[in-house]
Design a protein around this ligand. Structure first.
Ligand SMILES: [Zn+2]
Length: 57
């Protein structure tokens, strides 16, 4: 509960990358090109805005 994934633009390569959220905090960044972001940078880039929910109720 509270965990979901959004697709965000990778700051490293500009392609869509999966961003995993847990309880409102971005916790995992998975770029298909293999770019890696440290957790503090993930929070700095994505942590202070509301993710766009892609699921439709
Ligand atoms: Zn990337």
């Amino acid at each position: 509960m509270g965990a979901h994934v959004t697709w965000e633009t990778c700051p490293g390569c500009g392609r869509p990358a999966a961003l995993g959220w847990l309880d409102g905090d971005p916790v995992q960044f998975d770029c298909p090109r293999g770019c890696r972001l440290p957790p503090d940078l993930i929070s700095a880039m994505f942590g202070r805005r509301r993710p766009v929910r892609r699921s439709v109720r």
